[in-house]
Design a protein around this ligand. Structure first.
Ligand SMILES: [Zn+2]
Length: 275
């Protein structure tokens, strides 16, 4: 842990030149009014330690997410390619989806328009799958066809009204959440509001902002599994499919925690410009 600086050991604290690159020292003094800032219970060494822990957590979460992502891509297929295609077609027909589903490989990728190729390359390599609402397109790697059922689950969600569409689109804004939390907090403080609600709950707010995505992802998988169950019954090993989809879902849960961590860290860093 970081030790607390004894103010008495720094009698010349009001001299800007003195070792003020030390974050611990800087955190204790306000250089504007040349007065020592007396730390309250929420003392700055604690804050710096919290910030450090958040950074460690952030790295650990990124590693965990990558690990689960790799695990998903190594996962076995739960049934044959033909069976997956049959389930996919049933999902499209039953829900009257105006969506094209493709299994991408290194050859058929060339048939797609130029602007889609960048996004499709990882799919051809077996590293990604996606549903693009604007293009009404669901794609999965030919090597990992079962991912298409989840993507068609997204297509069904998009066809089920405004609320689910909102859940689906909300992720676009997730990258801005830490900044938004910060701005909201600063705005309230500027207006003379002394509530530290946002500051205190920044982590939870960040997490909740990503929750719609976590829920919509879970629902897309649920629809995929359900369709496979209805079409294939006991002939397919649904346990494998559920396990794969759960692994994928965990990466989103980790994403939500990560957004909470990032939001909290942003607020702390903003309040303590020295860290
Ligand atoms: Zn998804």
């Amino acid at each position: 842990m970081i030790s607390v600086v004894d103010l008495n050991t720094y009698p010349n604290y009001n001299q800007r030149t003195q070792n003020y690159s030390n974050p611990l020292r800087r955190a204790y003094f306000s250089y504007d009014n040349q007065q020592p800032v007396i730390p309250d219970n929420n003392d700055s060494s604690k804050t710096i330690a919290t910030f450090g822990l958040l950074q460690i957590a952030s790295i650990a979460l990124q590693k965990a997410s990558k690990w689960f992502g790799d695990k998903l891509m190594r996962g076995k297929e739960f049934t044959s390619f033909e069976n997956v295609a049959k389930v996919a077609q049933t999902m499209i027909d039953k829900n009257k989806l105006n969506v094209s589903a493709y299994f991408i490989n290194k050859d058929n990728i060339k048939k797609f328009p130029e602007y889609l190729r960048n996004a499709l390359t990882p799919v051809a390599n077996g590293e990604n799958a996606f549903y693009m609402d604007s293009a009404k397109l669901a794609v999965a790697p030919e090597k990992k066809p079962s991912l298409i059922l989840h993507e068609l689950g997204h297509a069904i969600n998009a066809s089920k009204g405004k609320f689910l569409r909102f859940l689906q689109k909300s992720r676009i804004y997730s990258a801005y959440v830490p900044t938004a939390v910060l701005l909201a907090n600063n705005m309230l403080q500027d207006k003379g509001c002394h509530s530290d609600f946002i500051e205190k709950h920044a982590g939870l707010i960040g997490f909740l902002a990503f929750l719609p995505t976590v829920i919509e992802e879970g629902l897309a998988s649920y629809r995929g599994v359900n369709a496979a169950k209805k079409v294939l019954g006991k002939t397919a090993n649904l346990k494998i499919l559920k396990k794969n989809y759960f692994t994928a879902w965990l990466t989103y849960l980790i994403g939500a925690i990560g957004l909470g961590v990032a939001s909290k860290a942003a607020v702390i860093a903003n309040k303590n410009p020295n860290i």
